[in-house]
Design a protein around this ligand. Structure first.
Ligand SMILES: [Zn+2]
Length: 298
């Protein structure tokens, strides 16, 4: 599946990514609906990573225009964060035109490790814990999201058989002996996160990862460094994954576009990733990112 992803992501200001094929919006920063226009009607699920303004400030406008019958779009948010029920209550009070369904969309608290069906491509969305917001143990106030697709296939030992032989095998040995369910991570979205080991992302085909800083040393404090990632950490981590593409995002506006592209190319020359690397630069909406020109190609 070739995903059509459009997004905007600038540290401090706004972040959102629309995955057309999955009717999914990842975060809903300022300008999401203005950037997507009619396409925003397609969104069935909005997965919000945490309650920083730059990741949810687009919700009032997005829901005003797009809340509709059957509780759509569903807004997913980290269960332990009280800001979301507060925002839900406020918006429902603010938007009281019931006959249009405004304010009727469903808000769904989620926890890491428990997935929810997306209603598209046999895919489920799986929240993963993020250390972006530091809390007591067992409490999670910030998340990343994985999109995992499940499908059935013949177990390898039955691969060469004819259709009739497979039917017989299923009959005599039972389905489970012949068919296996494989899950595949189509997409991983880091949202805001300090760098994590590669296995956090479960071998995704596409990884959208934040890269607030170009160099770890650019973080002005230890606290900043513990909340965000730097390009010189993300590239070596991502190189360990069997990616089809890496999308870098959430750059700080302290860097110019040329400086970011140069740093990515230099980093990739050293590390030689086996996949193309795309970048959503500060202030730009990048449409159909994976069809656009990568900053680096193997
Ligand atoms: Zn952010």
């Amino acid at each position: 599946m070739n995903l059509t992803i459009t997004g905007y992501s600038t540290a401090l200001f706004s972040t959102w990514f629309f995955v057309d094929d999955l009717a999914l919006l990842l975060d809903c920063g300022d300008g999401a609906v203005a950037g997507l226009l009619q396409k925003s009607r397609k969104v069935r699920m909005i997965a919000v990573s945490h309650a920083d303004r730059d990741h949810l400030n687009g919700l009032p406008q997005f829901l005003q225009i797009n809340a509709r019958e059957r509780g759509l779009p569903v807004v997913l948010y980290p269960r332990d964060c009280g800001s979301f029920p507060a925002l839900e209550a406020f918006l429902k009070e603010f938007d009281r035109r019931e006959e249009h369904g405004v304010g009727r969309n469903r808000w769904m608290p989620v926890i890491p490790g428990l997935s929810h069906p997306l209603g598209k491509a046999n895919a489920r969305i799986l929240p993963v814990a993020s250390r972006h917001i530091d809390t007591e143990p067992g409490i999670v106030k910030s998340l990343g999201y994985l999109v995992v697709s499940e499908h059935n296939r013949l177990r390898p030992e039955f691969a060469g058989l004819s259709e009739a032989e497979i039917v017989t095998a299923r009959h005599t040995r039972g389905d489970a002996a012949v068919i296996e369910t494989v899950s595949e991570t189509l997409l991983a979205y880091s949202a805001d996160t300090p760098i994590e080991p590669a296995d956090r992302w479960q071998r995704p085909k596409i990884l959208i990862h934040e890269s607030t800083f170009l160099h770890v040393a650019d973080a002005v404090s230890r606290a900043q460094e513990m909340r965000h990632s730097a390009l010189d950490q993300v590239l070596p981590m991502a190189a360990d994954l069997p990616l089809e593409a890496l999308i870098l995002s959430h750059f700080s506006t302290r860097y110019g576009a040329g400086e970011i592209r140069r740093a990515i190319r230099e980093g990739c020359h050293r590390i030689r990733p086996s996949f193309p690397v795309f970048a959503v630069l500060p202030g730009e909406i990048r449409r159909d990112i994976l069809s656009s020109r990568p900053v680096w190609e193997p």
